[in-house]
Write a protein that binds this ligand. Structure first.
Ligand code: GLN
Length: 189
């Protein structure tokens, strides 16, 4: 099984290293042709407007949507979460729109407002997950098909809809790989 990491901009190397530690064969994706052989795709944190624009330019946006409809799993973190949403508050920027949810960008303030918390995530075990938020978004509203997996200060920060998983934080920046393992298991389904 191969999992891709979208490598246009942002924190793709960190995701690659985590997935490799979990024994997964990883492909850095820059061309739409590379999507054909993948069971899953990680869309990393970075700058969602930049990643979205590059996805359009490289023909990746429509191809990722199509592969998702065919059963490829997706995992968006931070900017990646924004790109998975159907609605982005105050923005018309390009997006995949694979999860029925409204997101707010830079919801906790600017860069200086980065922070870490111990986040309870029952779906991956009793022990909380260390979550690093960097200029993070949160999920303001979800549709009925979306499962809320974690909240912080009453805001949704982790959610799943079918084979799409979205985290507002950066699970690739800690040594706790349980959320990546959860995604790997989702890819196998
Ligand atoms: N603020 C960024 C955006 O809106 C996301 C930040 C991140 O991915 N760490 O795209």
């Amino acid at each position: 099984m191969k999992i891709g990491v979208l490598a246009l901009q942002g924190a793709f190397r960190e995701h690659r290293l985590v997935l490799e530690k979990l024994g997964v064969e990883v492909v850095e994706v820059r061309k739409k042709e590379q999507l054909a052989e993948l069971a899953g795709l990680v869309i990393p944190g970075g700058e969602s407007t930049t990643i979205g624009k590059l996805m359009v330019d490289f023909g990746l946006l429509s191809e990722i949507k199509e592969r998702f409809q065919q059963g490829m799993a997706v995992f968006g973190t931070c900017a990646g979460l924004i790109l998975l949403a159907t609605e982005i508050m105050g923005s018309e920027q390009p997006r995949l729109g694979l999860m029925e949810m409204t997101v707010k960008r830079n919801a906790y303030g600017r860069q200086v407002d980065s922070f870490e918390v111990d986040l309870p995530v029952p779906a991956i075990g009793a022990q909380p997950l260390r979550a690093v938020f960097i200029r993070a978004p949160y999920i303001e509203r979800v549709g009925s098909g979306v499962e809320v997996m974690a909240t912080f200060q009453d805001k949704i920060v982790l959610a799943r809809q079918g084979k799409a998983l979205a985290a507002a934080f950066h699970p690739e920046l800690t040594e706790d790989y349980r959320l990546h393992q959860y995604f790997v298991d989702l890819c196998k389904k």
